[in-house]
Design a protein around this ligand. Structure first.
Ligand SMILES: [Mg+2]
Length: 284
């Protein structure tokens, strides 16, 4: 099976947003053909944005990963959930608030860049908000502090709710299970910034400086609820993709190929399987 990138002709889409896990790579292996597909899109004049829900590294870290599999990338081309959370929290007026940020040092730095005060080590009752990256960095000590802060009234934000991400040896727990544990213990529901929610796309638009051209995004994950699709402006997904295409058990599948046709932008076929299209035209 081939996962075709048919919906990104350079004359139609100015910015192409690429998912990483399962789309560009199944770390540490490139999805076969993805370096060539990225090079082809760039040669046709598309700007590329790499959007990942993986909360463990920062933009520079993912740019280095991409370099290792043969895809030259600048940190400015990578959009993480840490950056998306910072955009969201700044917009929501949390600058100056005391935040307990749970995650890797890279994630913590990206979130705290919103102008938050680092609440690590503070009395849980003095915490204004808890921000969960969602990784093995969340242990019993962190969960206990978060629980007490949330039960004392702190707001809860999270990276994303993905249940698993692909690895060469099979699915591994993603950010969702870690966030769910904090929600259950804290008795609150988190606001998330990663895909499929809007903040990461807003961050992409800010970061990539999209002009009047359209954006197209790949990597719709079948487990994302259909009800969340309206969160993407003027966005739709084509056919439901079998999970095996999005989360391949082996890095040899799926493979990429160069664009072969130009479906009309309103057509349900505008996105290949597993591909969603953001067709919002104007920046704001
Ligand atoms: Mg993915």
């Amino acid at each position: 099976m081939r996962n075709r990138v048919r919906a990104a002709p350079a004359d139609r889409f100015e910015v192409v947003l690429l998912d990483l896990d399962g789309t560009v790579y199944v770390w540490p292996d490139a999805v076969p053909g993805s370096p060539e597909a990225v090079a082809t899109l760039r040669a046709r004049g598309c700007r590329i944005g790499f959007l990942t829900n993986d909360p463990r590294q920062d933009r520079a870290g993912y740019a280095q990963r991409l370099e290792k599999i043969g895809i030259p990338a600048a940190p400015e081309e990578v959009v993480t959930t840490g950056v998306a959370l910072a955009v969201l929290l700044r917009r929501e007026g949390f600058a100056g608030a005391r935040a307990l940020v749970l995650g890797t040092p890279a994630f913590r730095a990206e979130v705290l860049a919103a102008g938050l005060a680092d609440g690590d080590g503070a009395d849980p009752r003095s915490i204004d908000l808890v921000v969960v990256g969602g990784s093995a960095d969340l242990g019993s000590r962190e969960l206990t502090t978060a629980t007490r802060a949330l039960r004392a009234g702190a707001r809860l934000f999270g990276s994303n709710r993905d249940p698993v991400f692909p690895t060469p040896s099979g699915p591994a727990p993603a950010a969702g299970p870690y966030l769910a544990s904090v929600e259950v213990a804290g008795g609150v529901v988190a606001t998330t910034a990663g895909k499929p929610e809007l903040p990461i796309f807003e961050a992409a638009r800010q970061q990539l400086g999209s002009g009047p051209g359209a954006m197209v995004a790949t990597g719709w994950t079948p487990t994302w609820p259909a009800a969340s699709r309206p969160a993407w402006p003027a966005c739709w997904s084509s056919r439901a993709a079998p999970p095996s295409r999005t989360w391949p058990s082996r890095p040899s599948s799926p493979t990429w190929s160069a664009p072969t046709s130009q479906p009309s932008p309103g057509s349900p076929d505008a996105g290949a399987q597993g591909t969603s299209v953001v067709a919002s035209g104007s920046s704001s």
